[in-house]
Design a protein around this ligand. Structure first.
Ligand SMILES: [Zn+2]
Length: 258
């Protein structure tokens, strides 16, 4: 056998081995790539499921916030307490009040909303004051008696004086002022006049949770004459709905949830 032939065969064998090794290397590379890829995918999947669960948790947090909001809604029932001549106050024992700068009081839960409303009014160049806020049963009794006395002084009979007075002053036990949730708002008399304040309130009060409680066209339902100064806190949601629908609190309570 010529040497050249042997050499050629050896070379071919070596070349073949190189091909085999090269083949295995390629296979190994593919395998490594596959494993790494799989791990990455696992990691990615894990990451996604983590973020998803975080998201879900956040969602749950949102839901729990919503539950909190639900709780607030339940608490908001105090905001929707209906008091009128047909629905006297059941109990006024647990009212916590905040004192305003002029010595009037309001339920402390409505204080921040009232403050904000007044701040915004002043930003618009309107200067309101709380002429009357929370009243005790005794204070309401005094106002009521004084009003009757004033009509009697004008010459009205006892019955007429009483009837006339009750158009303007609630019988003790039936005034929203005893809830601490109602305020009579007037102008400061220096920078603003009453009509400006009433106009501003009528347009904006619902944004802070207050409603014009005794609209002119609802006296049959409220049992009270039109009072452009008397505002009642019911919460922003209820106030907005009442404002948008042009209804009064009595109508809102009856139709709520229907
Ligand atoms: Zn009032």
């Amino acid at each position: 056998m010529p040497r050249n032939v042997t050499y050629t065969r050896k070379r071919k064998r070596r070349t073949g081995r190189i091909y085999v090794i090269f083949f295995y290397l390629i296979c190994l590379t593919i395998l490594i790539c596959a494993v790494v890829n799989l791990q990455n995918r696992d990691f990615h999947k894990q990451y996604i499921s983590q973020t998803t669960s975080e998201y879900k948790n956040n969602d749950k947090k949102d839901e729990s916030n919503r539950t909190d909001t639900g709780k607030i809604n339940i608490q908001e029932d105090w905001n929707l307490t209906l008091v009128n001549k047909w629905n006297p106050i059941q109990s006024e024992n647990d009212i916590e009040v905040n004192e305003l700068s002029n010595g009037e009081f309001v339920d402390k839960r409505i204080y921040p909303y009232l403050q904000k409303m007044f701040d915004e009014a002043r930003n618009d160049g309107i200067y309101p004051i709380v002429a009357s806020g929370y009243r005790t049963e005794q204070e309401q009794e005094e106002i009521y008696s004084k009003k009757i006395a004033a009509y009697k002084a004008e010459g009205l009979s006892d019955a007429d004086a009483k009837r006339e007075a009750e158009l303007w002053v609630a019988v003790p036990g039936t005034s929203e002022h005893q809830l601490g949730l109602a305020v009579d708002i007037n102008a400061d008399g220096i920078h603003s006049v009453g009509t400006d304040v009433y106009r501003w309130l009528k347009k904006n009060a619902h944004l802070y949770g207050f409603i014009l409680r005794y609209p002119a066209e609802k006296t049959d339902l409220t049992g009270v004459s039109y009072e452009p100064w008397h505002y009642r806190y019911v919460g922003i949601d209820a106030a907005t709905e009442i404002y948008n629908k042009g209804i009064c609190l009595e109508e809102y309570i009856v139709t709520r949830g229907k």
